[in-house]
Design a protein around this ligand. Structure first.
Ligand SMILES: [Zn+2]
Length: 338
């Protein structure tokens, strides 16, 4: 029998979907709901979040009014102490007082908000591949690149809640344009959309050179072009497939992105000395080549003592990490505040 006072709702808010689940103290999902966001207007999103939470409660057979609290994980920078979403590129938000908007629709419910990577790290530590690990890094490479950091058993969010922005460490000063406005960030090379854009740029150059030489097709990237159809349709997945079929351009870029990721990881591991690194995300899971390159750099460039202490494995919770982590972090932080 589940004790009702132990139940929290976890919400994972992405740019496309909102996911909510009722979570018990052990991190088990008792009921859940996922739906597409019909609007990205903050009041409508707040409405959708509360609706998803109530539907998840219904699925768990528990009244919403009996939830002890709700945790929200949002992909973006959340201002410490205010719950204002300062910047969430996937939602197109700047300075949105999101916690207040949700609170207005669930006035009595204690709320907690954190960023998606922190939430994923909290979830993996409580109920996934980081169980019982006090010094844990969770690094996910998808369209964005980010790290969730747990040090000494505590989530490390930093002085202004922006710790873990691994995607924006500098790997090539003055290099490719990143979505954050800087040039040469890791994410400008290893993030899924940017990696594909990098391949498109190199393909266009190869196409122009081939045409200038009177050839119809370039030698470089020919396989990638065949698989994608045209440069505009290149994706990280198409690059992996092309590399597998011998495409030199795709192989070079995937390995270079993996190398840059691996060097950034090696530096992070040398500084933080974690016991475990959970390495995953859509792009890395889709590209064994990039994963191998990254791990080879970690092996080559991490200090020996830090490397010996480190285990590298895959996250376990997948898409559930967000809801589980949000609920359990809400539980931990609201219980401390009470
Ligand atoms: Zn950046």
């Amino acid at each position: 029998m589940v004790k009702r006072e132990e139940l929290y709702v976890g919400v994972d808010l992405g740019g496309t979907n909102v996911r909510a689940a009722v979570i018990d103290a052990a991190g088990h999902v008792l009921g859940q709901e996922k739906h597409r966001l019909l609007s990205r207007e903050p009041p409508q999103v707040a409405e959708a979040v509360v609706r998803a939470a109530k539907t998840a409660c219904g699925a768990a057979g528990m009244p919403f009014t009996e939830m002890k609290g709700m945790g929200l994980g949002v992909a973006g920078w959340i201002q410490k102490g205010t719950g204002v979403v300062m910047n969430a590129p996937n939602l197109g938000w700047r300075e949105v007082p999101f916690l207040k908007l949700v609170q207005a629709r669930a006035p009595k419910l204690p709320l907690w908000i954190g960023n998606d990577l922190s939430v994923a790290a909290g979830g993996e530590r409580a109920a996934g591949a980081g169980r019982g690990v006090d010094d844990l890094l969770v690094v996910l490479v998808g369209s964005g690149v980010g790290a969730g950091i747990i040090l000494g058993g505590k989530l490390h969010e930093g002085a202004s809640n922006v710790a873990g922005e691994l995607g924006h460490v500098m790997v090539h000063p003055g290099g490719r344009q990143c979505g954050c406005g800087q040039r040469g960030c890791l994410e400008a090379y290893a993030g899924g959309h940017n990696l594909a854009a990098w391949a498109r740029d190199d393909l266009r150059i190869a196409l122009a050179a081939a045409r200038a030489a009177g050839q119809r097709h370039p030698n470089v990237g020919r396989k990638l072009l065949e698989i994608a159809g045209e440069p505009e349709k290149v994706t990280a997945a198409a690059m992996e497939k092309a590399a597998h079929e011998g495409d030199e351009l795709s192989r070079r870029l995937l390995e270079e992105a993996g190398d840059l990721l691996g060097i950034a990881l090696a530096n992070l591991i040398t500084v933080l000395n974690p016991a475990r690194l959970l390495l995953g995300g859509g792009v890395l899971n889709g590209s064994p080549r990039m994963m191998r390159a990254a791990i080879a750099q970690v092996d080559a460039h991490t200090t020996k003592a830090a490397r010996l202490a480190l285990q590298i494995t895959a996250p376990e919770l997948g898409e559930q990490a967000g809801v589980v982590g949000a609920a359990l972090l809400a539980r931990a932080s609201l219980a401390l505040a009470a």
